[in-house]
Design a binder for this molecule. Sequence first.
Ligand code: HEC
Length: 142
Amino acid sequence: MAAAGALLTAAALIAAPAAYAQDAAAEAPAAAAAGDPDKGKRVFNRCKSCHTVEEGGPNRVGPNLYGVVGAEFGSKDFKYSANLLELKAEGRVWDEATLDAYLKKPKDVIPKGTMSFAGLAKDTDRANVIAYLASFGGAAAE
Ligand code: HEC
């Protein structure tokens, strides 16, 4: 009986971490797709000269970015380019795919836009900075 008890204990010890690992695995794909907001905070250092992201933060060279993920183009009280406003009139929205394309190469999304930024070449940098933006308001934060 003592041996059976020991076996059970051993089985429980093995089963517990396995169950934990399964939970972690179930959550991992979503987290990976959404990027890491903590790492994105560092990437955002490259945007900071032109953008704030806090709620009610000021516009700089570019508009405040609070709640931008999922928002329509040009939702802030800011002097946007005519090209951005044309796209806004077409109903364009900053979903993650559009943000990803814009942050990779701004001119691909807004050819005559005024964001003079070379772009983030690394996929992970873009995913991480989008996750960081999403943690400041917007549909993705809810
Ligand atoms: C040199 C200044 C500058 C830098 C650096 C910069 N931006 Fe911008 N950004 C702008 C300007 C100016 C606009 C407005 C573009 C327009 O009207 O065509 C803009 C627009 C945007 C928009 C659209 C906002 C809206 O309300 O529609 C997003 C999103 C954005 N930038 C994200 C970023 C991110 C993220 C980074 C860093 C990876 C970054 N920008 C770096 C100047 C900059």
